[in-house]
Design a binder for this molecule. Structure first.
Ligand code: ADP
Ligand code: ASP
Ligand code: MG
Length: 410
């Protein structure tokens, strides 16, 4: 008998028919004698719909209330799922984040999980029930509802798997595994049998939304094996595991893109000590994550500063930075939402040279202008015009031969 945590994403529970199919699948494992904890997302499109409702009211919805609103999507799914299981003659209990005891900090919209209680879940499992937990939500130390950031149900699942010491955490989704790039964009994308936690971390942080980044962080920290697989087939998917020596044999193992960032440029900033601190302090204090930062060489004591934030934080960032720009005497603040970040990832980059050169050549060959560049040990990212995203992904995938099996055992 195993304790299995399964997570089903929005498409997997997108209709009553699909919820019934998920219930059947879970019941099958339950009948085999496994203890089943099932984390569900909101039905496809629900979270977006709730956000759109809030935005009809205001551009800048109150973060606490937005979390109260957004968290309702998952409540609908778990209730319907539990009803479906019961209508099939088995027992199930739906539990919201606060009923489980998923404790988070107070950063509405991107709260981090501090602690997960297991008492209630174990009690329900002890009664032979299937337990359905609402993904994406928790509660802060005031007892208020928080949400974990888009795609956060993955994190709920892995955090529960870690806390419950589950045998495996299965992430069921609308693709049958982790691919070398988004199969929705590149037909030649190849399914990987395994991927290392570190590569998956980079892929996730650079936009491959198949797994939410914090779920991978949790998995790596607590050594939770993740199996990413399809809701619609029985085939094995991709195992996310610790790195093996073999994985370094290829320089590049994946391409990711992210259209969810926006660029902010502060023009003609006086170039003196303390300026970067003045510009970024209010942004960081507001809990906004800044991604790439580029500062031009200064000319006559004046420089331009450009950085990226998520589109969700764009409006707030523009407001904060515009206030600071006035104070420090910068000329103006420009915003650009029509950008995308395209990245190549591979643990093998540590030992292979010339990868950046090849990436830039390939993009130049398609006349794609690079606006910003950032690198780490195992990735290179560029910011380009959004309209070239798919093209860039495809040509890079091709140039690095990602459609070909890199070695026998992958
Ligand atoms: P869910 O609703 O199940 O959480 P998501 O939409 O969040 O599903 O994630 C699955 C999607 O991630 C796929 O449909 C696919 O388009 C996208 N995706 C992006 N990059 C990759 C990748 N490298 N491998 C697999 N899927 C990817
Ligand atoms: N429903 C949330 C979202 O759409 C969480 C999730 O699906 O993981 O982002
Ligand atoms: Mg997801």
């Amino acid at each position: 008998m195993a304790l299995i945590v399964q997570k089903y994403g929005g498409t997997s529970v997108g209709s009553i028919e699909r919820i019934k199919a998920v219930a059947e699948r879970v019941i099958e494992s339950h009948r085999e004698g496994h203890q089943m904890v099932v984390v569900l997302s909101a039905m496809a499109g629900q979270t977006d719909g709730l956000i759109a409702l809030a935005r009809e009211l205001t551009e800048d919805p109150d973060p606490r209330e937005l979390d109260v609103l957004m968290s309702t999507g998952e409540q609908v799914s778990i209730a319907l799922f539990a009803m479906a299981v019961k209508s099939m003659g088995y027992d199930a209990r739906s539990l919201l984040g606060f009923q489980v005891g998923i404790h988070t900090d107070r950063l509405y919209g991107k709260a981090r999980i501090h602690e997960v209680e297991t008492r209630r879940i174990l009690e329900e499992l002890g009664k032979q029930r299937i337990v359905a937990v609402a993904g994406f939500q928790g509660l802060d130390d005031h007892g208020d509802i928080t949400t974990l950031g888009r795609g956060g149900s993955d994190t709920t699942a892995v955090a529960l798997a870690a806390a419950l010491n589950a045998d495996v955490c299965e992430i069921y989704t609308d693709v049958d595994g982790v691919y070398t790039t988004d199969p929705g964009v590149c037909q030649k994308a190849r399914k990987m049998r395994t991927i290392s936690y570190d590569e998956m971390l980079e892929m996730a942080s650079l936009g491959a939304k198949v797994l939410e980044i914090r779920s991978v962080e949790f998995a790596k920290k607590f050594n939770v094996p993740i199996h990413v697989r399809s809701t619609f087939t029985k085939e094995n998917g991709t195992m996310v595991v610790a790195e093996t020596k073999d994985m370094e044999r290829v320089a590049v193992s994946g391409v990711a893109y992210n259209k969810n960032e926006a660029r902010v440029t502060v023009k003609k900033v006086p170039d003196r000590p303390g300026i970067a601190c003045q510009i970024f302090e209010p942004v960081f204090e507001a809990g906004i994550n800044v991604d790439m930062i580029v500062q031009n060489t200064s000319e006559d004591g004046i420089t331009d500063l450009t950085f990226t934030v998520t589109k969700a934080d764009f409006y707030k960032t523009m407001k904060l930075v515009s206030e600071t720009a006035k104070k420090i005497g910068a000329e103006k603040v420009l915003g650009d939402e029509d950008i995308a970040k395209v990245s190549i990832i591979g643990v093998g980059m540590r030992t292979h040279a010339g990868v950046a050169k090849k990436m830039f050549e390939v993009l130049a060959g398609e006349n794609i202008n690079i606006m910003m560049i950032s690198t780490s040990e195992i990735k290179i990212s560029v910011v380009i015009e959004e309209k070239y995203t798919e093209l860039a992904v495809r040509v890079l995938h091709e140039a690095f031969h990602l459609d070909e099996e890199p070695h026998e055992d992958q």
